[in-house]
Design a protein around this ligand. Structure first.
Ligand SMILES: [Zn+2]
Length: 338
C-alpha cells in the first residue's frame, strides 16, 4: 500500500514537473544576462571628425564603453562609386539607404573629383579622447576602399604595407601600437590574418559569423582569435521590406533573447553617429530597459583567450548577405579539432 502511494506521488510529481518545466526554463532564460559586444567602424573623414564625437557623447551619457576601429589613411570614398560596375546590389543599396544624404555629398567625391584627405592627419585629439574615456581603439585598415575592393588580390607584402602605415599613424598619436583590428568591408584573407598574427595583435574582428573561432584557410589554422560580427547592420536592413530603425532594434533584442552566446553588433560612425544617431541612442536605451550588458570586444577576447583550448576552428569563405552589395568573408561550420 505504501509502495503504491509512493509510486502515485512520483507520477504526480513528475507530471507537475513536466507542466512547469517550460515556464521554469523561460524564467531562467529571463535571468541570464543578455550580452552585446558593440563594434564601431570608422570609414571616412566625416565619420571620424563628426560621427565619432557624437557617438562618444551618446555612450558617455549612458556609461557605455565600446570598441572603435578607425581607418587612418586616405578617405577614397568617391572611388567606391565604381562598385556600381562590379558589385551586384550596390546601386540598390545606395538608393535604399539614400547614401548621398547619409554619407554627405563631399565624401562621395573624395579620391575622384576631390582630393582624398588623410583621416589620420590631425587625428590625435579625437583618438586620445576616445582612449581616455575608456573605449577600445583599434584599427580598421589604412585605405578603407583599397582594402575593401582589393584585399583578396593582395599578397602578404602589400597587406604588410597597409598595416604598417596604419600602425605608424596610430602609434604616433597614441604612443603604443594597436592591439585589435577589424577588416574593412569584412574582407578577410589568409595573408592579412598571417600578418596580424605575426604583428602582436590580441584578436581581430574580420568576418560575419555566429561565435568566436580560429579561422582556417586550407590546412592552416590561423593563430589569432576571431570575434565575428553576428548581427546584421542597420544599413543592410533599413528600407528592406519596409524595415525602419524601430524594427531593427526589436530584431537585435529578439536575437539577444534567443541566443545563448553574446552577440556582436557593428555600427558605422557615418550612419549611427550621423543622420541615425537618435535611432541609435534609442536602441541603446531599449537595450538598457531589457537589461542588456554592452561590452568592449577586447574584454571578451581576454576572457576567451584565458581558455582558448575551448575555442573551436572554422573555415572562412566568401558569401552574400541580404542587403549588402558584393561578397563578405563568412564563418563556416565549427570544427572541434584545431
Ligand atoms: Zn568599414
Amino acid at each position: 500500500m505504501a509502495a503504491s502511494r509512493f509510486l502515485f506521488f512520483l507520477l504526480t510529481a513528475h507530471r507537475s514537473l513536466l507542466t512547469v518545466l517550460p515556464a521554469l526554463i523561460t524564467t531562467m532564460e529571463n535571468y541570464l544576462p543578455l550580452r552585446l559586444g558593440l563594434k564601431i567602424d570608422v570609414d571616412t573623414r566625416q565619420g571620424f571628425r563628426e560621427g565619432v564625437p557624437a557617438l562618444a557623447e551618446i555612450l558617455e551619457a549612458r556609461s557605455i564603453k565600446a570598441s572603435f576601429y578607425v581607418s587612418l589613411g586616405p578617405d577614397n570614398s568617391g572611388k567606391a562609386v565604381f562598385r556600381v560596375f562590379t558589385q551586384r546590389g550596390f546601386l540598390e543599396k545606395m538608393w535604399r539607404t539614400r547614401a548621398p544624404a547619409m554619407y554627405g555629398l563631399r565624401t562621395m567625391f573624395y579620391g575622384t573629383l576631390l582630393p582624398a584627405p588623410v583621416i589620420g592627419e590631425g587625428a590625435g585629439e579625437i583618438l586620445r579622447l576616445l582612449a581616455e574615456a575608456g573605449h577600445e581603439v583599434g584599427l580598421h585598415g589604412y585605405d578603407h576602399v583599397r582594402w575593401h575592393d582589393h584585399l583578396l588580390a593582395m599578397g602578404r607584402e602589400e597587406v604588410s604595407r597597409e598595416l604598417a602605415r596604419a600602425q605608424e599613424c596610430y602609434t604616433r598619436h597614441l604612443g603604443r601600437p594597436a592591439r585589435s583590428f577589424a577588416a574593412p568591408g569584412w574582407q578577410c584573407s589568409a595573408a592579412h590574418r598571417e600578418e596580424l598574427a605575426a604583428g602582436g595583435f590580441l584578436y581581430s574582428s574580420d568576418t560575419r559569423g555566429y561565435a568566436p573561432y580560429f579561422p582556417r584557410f586550407g590546412a592552416e589554422v590561423n593563430a589569432l582569435l576571431e570575434i565575428p560580427t553576428t548581427l546584421p547592420t542597420l544599413d543592410e536592413l533599413l528600407g528592406f521590406n519596409g524595415c525602419c530603425p524601430e524594427d531593427f532594434t526589436e530584431l537585435v533584442l529578439s536575437r539577444l533573447q534567443k541566443s545563448s552566446v553574446p552577440q556582436v553588433l557593428t555600427v558605422h560612425a557615418e550612419v549611427e553617429g550621423g543622420p541615425l544617431k537618435g535611432d541609435f541612442a534609442r536602441l541603446l536605451d531599449r537595450c538598457r530597459e531589457q537589461g542588456v550588458e554592452i561590452f568592449r570586444l577586447e574584454d571578451w577576447a581576454r576572457e576567451l583567450l584565458a581558455a582558448q583550448d575551448k575555442v573551436p576552428a572554422a573555415s572562412v569563405r566568401q558569401g552574400r548577405l541580404p542587403g549588402r552589395a558584393g561578397t563578405v568573408s563568412c564563418q563556416g561550420p565549427l570544427e572541434a579539432q584545431r
